[in-house]
Design a protein around this ligand. Structure first.
Ligand SMILES: NC(=O)c1ccc[n+]([C@@H]2O[C@H](COP(=O)([O-])OP(=O)(O)OC[C@H]3O[C@@H](n4cnc5c(N)ncnc54)[C@H](O)[C@@H]3O)[C@@H](O)[C@H]2O)c1
Length: 380
């Protein structure tokens, strides 16, 4: 009989909802090597966490994450809190022998990420960072094609993550705009995804040169009084982060993360150019991968549009869902992540991206920050 793994989830808002859905759906659509129990949901506010429990389908609640990491009933700790809480919870969970799935970026800084990896190694747990975009079927297909050498020698990795929710200067300050809670704002939050995809698809970053900028340095506090003067708070992280880099394999990289791209909501564009062809991906059209094949007959060369929905293992992940052409969305990327994580927990095998990947990512983030501060190139 398959064993049952009990999950404790810490945080219940945006990612809390996405992960709850993933824990529920994964056993329904994937062959998991264990049964899953949505055991305990944690949040700081009693009424809030209880209402989330009922809506998201958890059995129990707590307002203290220590109850989850110390409970002998829990096998997996899933951390979806703001970044400042990741390290303490993950290290405590590892010490208690729990497998840990942690949202990105892994930590506030390199030092924390090192401590998390050391704790995970020491406890011999299975650990994973939730860079869910790796498991978009089109990206997984791109990974397969890169592995097969479909693009030949690689010249460029270009990536852009653009949103616009901070263009309005009246948008209130929240944890994402504070160094103490987010690390480095848009840089840590969304460049970390582009760095992860670059490392996953192309190679390791060797040196970087970055530019970080805050367009709106002060914002109203969320708890400002309705009447009377508004209270303002300082934004002490970048709103936008751009960098160029050289990878160990000689590939040139340019990455851009911004929340000031009016009209762009969650625009993730990736382009890889090689001697034999190119790949192009746009998250807002996430079921498709564009492939330019230099081996095509000269008179009909051009980017071909691959609809990544073929089943029976022809294309990764997507066959677990619907017949060809029946599209999938954002939430499915979390289901794929959870499914691979559960099977790795049962097998006791590493599953990427591990905390080691999270640490390497953090080193790139940190090198870009140092480069922007010093105004020069920095080795990763
Ligand atoms: N993988 C992705 O694409 C993706 C997308 C968005 C956010 N994230 C990451 O997920 C994490 C959470 O982001 P979010 O958007 O869900 O934030 P959020 O503000 O929507 O939710 C944070 C949750 O954490 C809870 N929380 C905060 N501190 C806590 C504590 N000490 N103990 C217990 N609960 C606590 C809050 O109550 C809330 O429920 C961040 O690390 C973020 O970078 C990842």
């Amino acid at each position: 009989m398959a064993k049952t793994l009990r999950v404790g989830l810490i945080g219940y808002r945006f990612m809390g909802r996405a992960h709850s859905n993933a824990w529920r759906q994964a056993p329904r659509f994937f062959h998991l090597k264990a049964n899953i129990e949505l055991h305990t949901l944690c949040g700081r506010n009693t009424a809030g966490v209880q209402s989330a429990r009922a809506q998201l389908g958890w059995q129990h609640t707590t307002t203290d994450w220590r109850e989850i990491v110390e409970s002998p009933l829990i096998d997996i700790v899933d951390i979806v809190t703001p970044t400042d809480a990741h390290a303490e919870i993950a290290i405590a969970a590892a010490k208690n022998g729990k497998h840990v799935l942690c949202e990105k970026p892994l930590a506030l800084d390199v030092k924390q990420a090192e401590a998390m990896l050391a704790a995970a190694h020491k406890a011999k747990i299975v650990h994973m960072v939730c860079h869910n975009y790796r498991r978009i079927p089109a990206i997984a297909l791109a990974k397969r094609m890169m592995g097969e050498g479909a693009l030949g020698r690689i010249f460029h990795y270009r990536a852009r993550y653009a949103q616009d929710w901070l263009v309005d200067p009246e948008f209130p300050l929240n944890w994402r705009m504070q160094k103490a809670t987010s690390g480095s704002g848009a840089h840590a939050d969304i460049n970390s995804h582009l760095i992860d995809l670059g490392r996953h698809l192309v190679g390791e970053f060797q040196e970087v040169c970055g530019l970080l900028h805050t367009f709106v340095p002060e914002r109203p506090l969320a708890e400002s009084p309705v009447k009377g003067p508004r209270k303002m708070g300082k934004v002490n992280v970048p709103d936008a982060a751009l960098f160029v880099g050289r990878m160990e394999n000689g590939v040139l990289a340019n990455l851009e993360a911004t929340r000031f791209a009016s009209g762009r909501k969650n625009h993730i564009e990736i382009e890889i150019n090689g001697s034999k062809g190119s790949l192009f991906f746009d998250f807002e059209d996430m079921n498709r991968l564009k492939f330019y094949n230099g081996d095509d007959l000269k008179d009909r060369r051009g980017f071909r549009d691959i609809l990544v929905t073929e089943r029976d293992g022809v294309q990764p992940y997507v066959g677990h869902w619907w017949p060809p052409g029946h599209l999938i969305g954002y939430e499915h990327t979390f289901v794929h992540t959870v499914a691979d994580f559960v099977n790795a927990c049962v097998e006791g095998k590493p599953v990427s991206p591990t905390f080691e990947d999270g640490l390497k990512n953090q080193r790139v983030l940190s090198a870009v920050e140092e480069s922007a501060q010093k105004g020069r190139w920095v080795k990763v």
